[in-house]
Every structure is written in C-alpha cells, then in structure tokens.
Write a protein that binds this ligand. Structure first.
Ligand code: GLY
Ligand code: MN
Ligand code: MN
Length: 463
C-alpha cells in the first residue's frame, strides 16, 4: 500500500515537473529565438585563446551603466568584445580566459565568468537576470560565480607572462551598496595586478580587432537582418516623404520601420539633415522644417541583436532632384560605384577611398566648382570606408581587404553656403552609403536592394 502511495506521489511530482518545464519552454518561445547559440560565443573564446600568448590571461569587463541624469540611466548597451565572447547582455560582469588550464582552489578551468546575482527585488524593477545557473545553462559556461566573489579569486596574476585586459574608462560610477558592481570589479582587478608590467589593454584590442574584422557565417546572417530592416525603412521614407513635414518626422518614419521590424536600437543617432544641414556630416538635431527645394541626407542604421547597419541615401524633398542636385548626386554615385568596384580581397583598405577621390576631383573640376584638383578636400573631407559589425565604426586592422569583412563605401560632397563657387551649388550635401561584403570574388552590396539611382529614387518618391 505504502509502495503504491510512493509511486503515486512520484508520478504527480513528475507530472508537475513536466508541466512546469513545458510552460517555461512555451514562455521562452515567446521571445526572440534567433540569438546566437552558446556554441558561437564559445567558438569565439576558443579563437581568442588560440591568438593569446603563452602563459597569459584575458580579463574582459562588461560595459558600464551610464547615468543620464538623476534616476534615469541611458539604455544599457553591452561592450561589443564582452558580448562577442560571452553572449551576456547584462552589466557588472567580468570574464577571464586562460591560455592554459589553471587550477584554482582545486578546480581546473580555462575560463571563469562572474555575473550579477539573481535578485527578486532588483529584477522586479529592471528585468530578469540570468544569475549563475542561467549563465551556465544558457551561455554554456562551466565555471560561473556571482560578481561579489571576484575579490575572492585566488589567482596569482604574477604567474602570468601577459595579462590582456579591457581598457578602463574613468567615468564608471561606484554603487556603494554593491560589492560586485563594475567599479568594484575594476578596483579588485587593479589591486590584484598592482605594479605588474605584464598588463596590456592595447594587446587585447589588437587581438579582438583581428577576430572581429572577419565575420563568421552566423554574424553575416545577423548583419543582413539589420541591413534588410534598414533598407525597408529607408524605402518607406522614400514612399511617404512630404515636403510640408520636418526632419524629425522623416526620422520618425525611418525609426518606426526599424522598431516595427524588430530592431532593438538605432546603431547610432539618426542623421536627418535637409538644406544647410545636409552639409553637416553628423547632424543629429533633426528639427528643421522641410522645404521643397532642399535635398536631405538620411544616414540611419538599425541595430539587430547587437549588429548594426549603416546606410545613407540623399533625397530631394520635392521628389524631383533639381539640375544642380542631380549633377552632384550623380557625381557622388559615380565615385561610390568606383569605390565599390575595388572592394576586393587583397586590395588596400584605402582603395575605395582612393578610387572615389579620383572621380570626385575630376567631377568637381568639370563642374567648375574647384579650380585645382586638390581643392576637392574642401567639399569631401571624410574617409570613404570603415568596418561595420557590432560597432558602427567597427574594429579592424585597416590593412588589406580580406574575405568576409564588411565595410561601408560612403563618399560625399558637401557645399555649405558661402563656399567659393557659384551660389547655385550652395546648401547641397550628398552622401551615398552602402554596406559591402568582401568575398573571394566580386564585392556583394548587402544593402543593394535599396533604390540608389536618381531615376529609381524619383520613381519611388512619386508613388
Ligand atoms: N553613420 C556614421 C557613418 O556613416 O560613419
Ligand atoms: Mn558609415
Ligand atoms: Mn552612416
């Protein structure tokens, strides 16, 4: 009889466990399912370990939480290196990666992660935390501790020939009530490594640039999502733009498209500048009323699961380019196409810039806007390319182009009022920017679906 009772109890218990697991799994499936697997980040840690020097350790910190004012912080954004190596999107954490396995307090390990502890109180204000168990289960780490235990780490850093570590910014705030906050983690690290000349933050940034400049297939899928969302939103603006609205309303159409299609943030503050503002490279005030004769530079990119797009189109507010706007636009387009053409494995990183400059020099001379080729720099005064990835200006070595790098190609011409040329050109600013994948063969323009010629843009704006 007692045996039956025991079996019944076990069956009931099993039933409840199964139901809870199922409910939990169902709950989980209501959230994004396309974050990287733990295996992606583990693979990246392994790739870093391969590049590290003998007898070394890498100590990588999460990004700081940054205060906007009083009780309000800026939205948290994880440090790209930390995210790349862990997948953790929470603050107040530190990762240690050892070149060779270390035995610490009788545990042998190659990596240790310290995370924020679970806290029902804090989680009811700011959201769920993974905690130690969650970090083990979801991120696939074997050795995870709460961040307040970092000070107990009995690792003798003197044994290491090199201590790679994150660069510290000096604006990290101390939460006096939290022994595991970033401030305390950094302080602990500095104390534990006091007077050691083996510390090297530049070395870590070089290794991370080496890794991050080449995108894995998983990263390229994520980047294409960010770029597709971005192109769709730019296209919506081309269809919906009206001359009696404002820069911020144009911005709203684009950013609505980003959010509606699943992007968490903008990759950088959207640049939406019409007329004189089209000549300000990183204009982000976006408050001007749109008037019919102006041209508007829209440089906006969605961020999706950490990866950002970076796309610019320049649009005539009226829907039709004026003769002068068209001439400048077509010159920038010609320069951009010449730049994209030389985005080939083995070419110097600056090849696209050099090609664009040659086209712009000649074009500005032909239009009579400059009288000597080198005067081009008055109107085109920025680089043509940067790497793209977790950061909009992503890390990389700026050497020769390699397959699976993603770079931007974004020449521009900006002619502010009072420039020394005919005033019919004044207040025309044009930038055209696409995201380009370097391959073993031809470059692939990842943002290539977005209309770009004068005819394509005018046709779409008429709809
Ligand atoms: N959106 C900034 C840049 O194009 O570099
Ligand atoms: Mn760019
Ligand atoms: Mn841009």
């Amino acid at each position: 009889m007692q045996g039956f009772l025991f079996l019944d109890m076990m069956r009931t218990l099993l039933f409840f466990v199964l139901v809870s697991v199922q409910l939990w799994a169902q709950q989980d499936s209501l959230y994004d399912q396309d974050w990287f697997d733990a295996s992606f980040h583990k693979g990246r840690r392994e790739a870093l370990r391969q590049k590290m020097a003998e007898k070394s350790v890498a100590v990588v910190f999460a990004a700081a939480e940054r205060n906007r004012s009083n009780d309000v912080d800026y939205q948290y954004s994880q440090d790209p290196n930390f995210y790349y190596l862990t997948g953790l999107t929470e603050p107040n954490a530190v990762l240690l990666i050892f070149k060779e396995p270390q035995t610490i307090d009788s545990i042998t390990t190659t990596e240790i992660l310290y995370v924020q502890p679970r806290s029902p109180h804090d989680e009811s204000w700011t959201g769920k935390r993974l905690g130690v168990q969650g970090a083990k289960k979801k991120l696939g780490f074997a050795d995870v501790y709460t961040n307040d235990a970092f000070s107990d780490l009995s690792l003798d850093f003197k044994k290491m020939d090199k201590i790679y570590h994150s660069y510290f910014y000096d604006d990290v705030r101390d939460d006096k009530l939290d022994a595991g906050d970033l401030y305390s983690l950094i302080k602990t690290f500095i104390e534990k490594t006091k007077n050691l000349s083996t510390k090297d933050s530049y070395g870590l940034s070089l290794l991370m640039a080496d890794l991050r400049e080449i995108k894995t297939p998983e990263e390229l899928i994520q980047m294409q999502k960010a770029i597709d969302i971005t192109c769709l939103a730019h296209q919506e603006l081309m269809k919906k733009m009206q001359h009696n609205t404002t820069e911020y309303q144009a911005q709203a159409i684009v950013e609505y498209g980003f959010k509606y299609n699943g992007s968490e943030y903008v990759g950088y503050p959207s640049i939406v500048g019409a007329g004189e503002n089209s000549c300000i490279l990183h204009y982000i005030t976006n408050r001007k009323k749109l008037t019919k004769n102006d041209i508007m530079v829209v440089d906006a990119g969605a961020e999706y699961h950490g990866y950002t797009a970076d796309v610019t189109r320049s649009l005539p507010i009226s829907g039709t380019f004026s003769e002068e706007q068209k001439k400048i636009y077509n010159l920038v387009l010609k320069a951009q196409l010449a730049g994209i053409e030389v985005c080939k494995e083995g070419n110097l990183f600056r090849s696209a810039h050099n090609a664009a400059v040659e086209v712009i020099k000649k074009g500005l001379m032909d239009l009579g806007i400059i009288s000597a080729p080198n005067e081009f720099a008055k109107y085109f005064f920025h680089g043509t390319s940067h790497y793209l990835g977790l950061d909009v200006h992503d890390v990389g070595n700026y050497g020769r182009l390699k397959a699976n790098q993603v770079i931007t190609v974004e020449p521009g011409i900006y002619i502010p009022e009072n420039s020394p040329c005919d005033k019919k050109w004044w207040n025309i600013g044009v930038r055209i920017e696409d995201d380009v994948l370097i391959t073993n063969d031809k470059p692939r323009v990842m943002s290539g679906k977005l209309p770009k010629t004068v005819e394509e843009i005018e046709a779409l704006m008429k709809k």
